[in-house]
Write a protein that binds this ligand. Sequence first.
Ligand code: ADP
Ligand code: ZN
Length: 605
Amino acid sequence: MNERKNNNKKNYLIFAVICMVLLLLFNSFVVPAVKKAQIKETNYSFFLSQLDSGNVTKVEIKEDSIVFEAVNSNGRKKAYSTVRVEDPDLVKRLYENGNVDFTGKIETQNPIASFIVSWVLPLVFMIVLWNILMRGMGKRMGNSMAFGKSNAKIYVKAQTGKTFGDVAGQDEAKEALVEIVDFLHNPQKYADIGADLPKGALLVGPPGTGKTLLAQAVAGEANVPFFSISGSEFVEMFVGMGAAKVRDLFKQANEKAPCIVFIDEIDTIGKKRDGQNGGNDEREQTLNQLLTEMDGFDGKKGVVILAATNRPESLDPALLRPGRFDRRIPAELPDLAGREAVLKVHAKKIKTDPDIDYNAIARATAGASGAELANIINEAALRAVRNGRQTVSQSDLEESVEVVIAGYQRKNAVISQQEKELIAYHEIGHALVAAKQKDSAPVHKITIIPRTSGALGYTMQVDEVEKFLLTKEEALSRIAVLTGGRSAEELIFNSCTTGASNDIEKATKLARAMVTRYGMSSSFDMIALEAVNNQYLGGDTSLICSPETAARIDAEVNGIVRDAHERARQILSENIGKLHELAHYLLEKETITGEEFMSILNAEN
Ligand code: ADP
Ligand code: ZN
């Protein structure tokens, strides 16, 4: 910023000098030339002859020239000038020639007017011209005019207004960040003892777990400015621009210290420099600049860099070494207590009925991120408004959980009775298999109202307590539940439909993971056959084994699913009476709760 001011000063100085030179030239060449053009040069004898013939009306005697006005043949006055010749009789002559108005005064113009005309006006003209030129150039050349500089004013957001109170759960992350807050409050305390606080911390976790929120809360708690930029903003068209942006950002941050600099999605610039893909000069330069800046700035001043990423494994090791982003702060998906806390924090912003069971909602949303939970609360509030109510009820929340999981209800979707029946049997098939196995989570809700996500119905299972581990038995019974829908179709209609595609996908994925990652198959021991690539982004995997082994894996996976399918069919045919009864009940009600389901299932008849 300082440099920019200095640059501006320099520019103005140069501009002023140019103006002065131009003005001098103007006054010594242009003005006299213009004046000369109006006054005709003539010789002294012409002057004398005009004087004698009485045509001259006015004479000005200057030091080395005589300017005079004479009436020419057609009665018009014209100005002439002639070189002044030593002529002692001149005055006498002029005097005798009674009607000549003669003077020795040199200036003919008003001095102020002449000053304005020859100095001020040209100056104004030049300034206007300069401005127009600069503006035009700036527009046309856009950013590339500012090469080596960046338009970086956007970063700073003075105060975030967020505190740790706004972040629910994430206790480990908050604990790790409290020290940074203290450091920002009182850098001197740390400087006195000679301690170097971490310059940077890396917030790692899946999307929507509150990494940005945590960074804002640190700034809010410490009451310092918050600079925020996304990694992708550094990636520019021209090599060197990103690096310039980094420089600029750090310069601004240094001026505003103590402060927080938050770089979101740092993996876009911080990827490993592997030299593959032909290299990416721009990105590497930007990364190098970032590394340099992090080393260069004074850690005691109180600039703390927080960065967020959901693919930490792809970061360049240089970024992670001590003195850079050496602290790694996890922001994981919230557990049951965490989800309940997030729901409560966001529910504070809306009006709710007095006795809302947040725990129930939290149990139904295993695997949801903080952002999704915030969205559930908002959806519930929207639903309450749609239904013309003043407060949000439990049913609003429950419905909005389903909206977030499966999309909105498609109330006007026309589904034939025959298809509806099939869907009902399919869903009850899932539910029955779940209920009849001891390792399955209890059924919470069954519905055959279609959703905008494409689901024609679904069975919701909710664990009583949060599970962190999955046993082999649980995994197998989960696969059996997934095959339960198709099993019911086969058993009752003796056919199969496309409705099971999602079940098949999930069952395969789980069975595959059992074989390749969890060591739960009969033919392989504890061998990793697949590597997870993006832990936080869907967790896609890639095989790390020979083609022969891959073929054996496929056979093994197929075996697991087949066994589960067989078991599901068996459970359903043993309970075929209940299957019919429940399916017809669901067909009639469209949505039934877990309790209704269990009471019909357990009723003796
Ligand atoms: P990330 O940066 O990890 O992708 P954000 O910080 O942008 O996620 O979170 C998005 C939104 O989700 C936040 O603005 C907030 O409303 C909500 N949110 C996420 N995690 C939490 C949490 N732990 N507590 C409260 N709200 C949260
Ligand atoms: Zn299904």
